[in-house]
Ligand binder design. Structure first.
Ligand code: ZN
Length: 133
């Protein structure tokens, strides 16, 4: 794993959260992108060495809506950059980590992504992401 590429934060209301993070970080978001397959709108802020990814549900059955229902708003996942996501999937599986998806999926911000199940990572949802070439 390389650096923390971004931190994903589940929010109820994107409008008010964008305003709050703009004030907090002192900069406007640089990108807004819908991931239709996940039922999520993502909003990205540059936070120096990493990024903040706000996640707002776009439908009721979105994983983000379910997360907020169960745990409320807050940190949803930590994403680590990797060079070769397929290699990392094999490596983490061999190390007995549980993966939510074993095939990389298209994520926001031009990434291939895979999630490790929180049950094998101390209740923290961990994403691995590779920049698409
Ligand atoms: Zn993410």
């Amino acid at each position: 794993m390389k650096h923390v590429e971004h931190i994903g934060i589940a929010v109820k209301d994107l409008g008010s959260s964008i305003a709050m993070y703009t004030k907090l970080l002192g900069a406007e978001p640089y990108k807004k992108e819908e991931v239709i397959s996940e039922g999520v709108m993502t909003v990205f802020f540059d936070a120096g060495n990493t990024k903040i990814e706000l996640l707002g549900a776009t439908r009721e059955d979105s994983p983000i809506a379910k997360f907020i229902e169960k745990r409320g708003e807050g940190i949803h996942h930590i994403a680590f950059a990797v060079d070769n996501i397929r290699e990392k999937i094999q490596e983490k599986t061999a190390q007995d980590f549980a993966l939510i998806n074993s095939e990389p999926k298209d994520g926001a911000d031009n990434k291939l992504i895979v999630f490790l199940h929180p049950k094998s990572t101390g209740n923290v949802l961990v994403e691995m992401c590779e920049e698409k070439g």
